[in-house]
Design a protein around this ligand. Structure first.
Ligand SMILES: [Zn+2]
Ligand SMILES: [Zn+2]
Length: 394
């Protein structure tokens, strides 16, 4: 297998822009890719940066309803109207000229890297502009117009993949991807998120475990608000490796929304850059262990645009290209200066939040009175038996 890594990027992808004041500012991608470049991560042997073209309606319609695609197209015309029943023209998903093309381009990036990984042209693929996990077959939701992760997984299945695992560590439940593959035993969706009791979209409870014929194909860890590094990593460790080992995917598609960070303005988890990096390492290692290294890493949420997203996602790229960045490294001066010049403020100085991101592995035992451990146990009890695992032992 090739050791090449393919990273999706072109400035055209900045066109996915809901406008001033919307939390999902394209600036976060611009700053991320500039930082990755300044760190030297975008060149080097085996490293390819590829642009993305919008996919056709036929590709979108492997996941989305034709009537929804038509509604997005109509809303994308200058002066186009929204369609609130389809989530278009809402506060979360305002319409803008060119929206269809911009969203279809994001999908194109994810499909391309998935196909490159499946064909062996690349070992790992990264599309940080993707991870639009809330988009539903017939509706936009939660800043997501088209579900690039689901379309990419459909493309993998069409290309012959028989088992695909989707791992989502965004602070929000990966509800759209789960919904698309609810009845499909070929796709394991695993989401570790803040509980739906305190955060959008309100779903992702442990007992959501997959539909008829696909029992055990959905795995949900619903963490209490204010869960911090030790609990978040412990929850990932307690659930993700065992279910992936049991499922034996041929490809791992992961979503690295970084809105679980303590400074993120729209969620209530308290995770650090360093814990996020540990999670990426864990997913990467698992892809090598269970899927022969076939790994597609996507972006997702992340609304602390200057302070969190660029560092979090530069670490994702660094991990994928097997050139991890020393957390203590100072951010390049030129990048810092760019932030000051453009935004009149300083960015964090280093690639770390200055914490260890240590956690106690689940195998070391659990505390029945601890809220995080209770959440983890609920997930293990609900879904492990369906995957042939023992909730107490595995
Ligand atoms: Zn999110
Ligand atoms: Zn690797």
């Amino acid at each position: 297998m090739s050791a090449d890594v393919q990273v999706v990027w072109s400035p055209a992808l900045l066109g996915y822009d809901f406008g001033d004041g919307h939390p999902m500012a394209p600036l976060r991608l611009d700053l991320t890719m500039r930082l990755a470049d300044a760190l030297g991560l975008l060149d080097g042997p085996g490293m390819r940066v590829v642009g993305a073209e919008p996919v056709t309606d036929a590709v979108l319609e492997t996941v989305h309803e034709a009537a929804y695609v038509a509604a997005v197209r109509a809303a994308s015309e200058p002066g186009g109207a929204g369609d609130a029943l389809r989530g278009l023209g809402t506060a979360d998903d305002p319409v803008f000229p060119g929206m269809h093309e911009a969203a279809a381009r994001v999908v194109g990036g994810s499909v391309d890297v998935a196909m490159a990984v499946w064909s062996g042209e690349a070992e790992h693929g990264v599309n940080l502009t993707g991870g639009m996990h809330h988009a539903m077959p017939g509706a936009a939701s939660g800043f997501c117009v088209y579900n690039d992760a689901a379309v990419a997984i459909r493309a993998l299945l069409a290309a012959g993949a028989e088992r695909v695992a989707y791992v989502d560590v965004d602070a929000h439940h990966g509800d759209g991807v789960q919904a698309v593959f609810w009845d499909d035993p070929r796709v394991l969706t695993v989401s570790v998120h803040e509980s739906g009791h305190t955060l959008f979209p309100g779903t992702g409870h442990p007992r959501e475990t997959g539909g008829p014929g696909a029992e055990g194909s959905a795995v949900n860890v619903a963490l209490p608000a204010r869960t911090s590094d030790a609990g978040w990593l412990r929850a990932i460790d307690a659930v993700v490796p065992p279910v992936l080992r049991a499922f034996r995917p041929q490809v791992v598609v992961s979503q690295h929304g970084c809105d679980a960070h303590v400074e993120d303005p729209i969620t209530n988890l308290d995770v650090s850059i360093d814990a996020g990096r540990r999670a990426v390492e864990m997913v990467h290692a698992l892809a090598h262990e269970v899927a022969d290294g076939r790994w597609v890493a996507l972006g997702g949420g992340g609304y602390a645009v200057v302070d969190v997203v660029p560092r979090a996602w530069a670490h994702v790229i660094a991990e994928a290209v097997h050139r991890p960045v020393d957390p203590g490294l100072r951010l390049p001066e030129a990048w810092q200066a760019e932030v000051v010049a453009r935004y009149g403020r300083r960015a964090p100085a280093r690639m770390t939040d200055g914490v260890d991101a240590e956690f106690r592995p689940w195998s070391a035992g659990y505390d029945p009175a601890d809220d995080v451990d209770r959440a983890v146990r609920a997930t293990r009890a609900a879904v492990f038996p369906l995957l042939g695992l023992d909730p107490e032992l595995d």
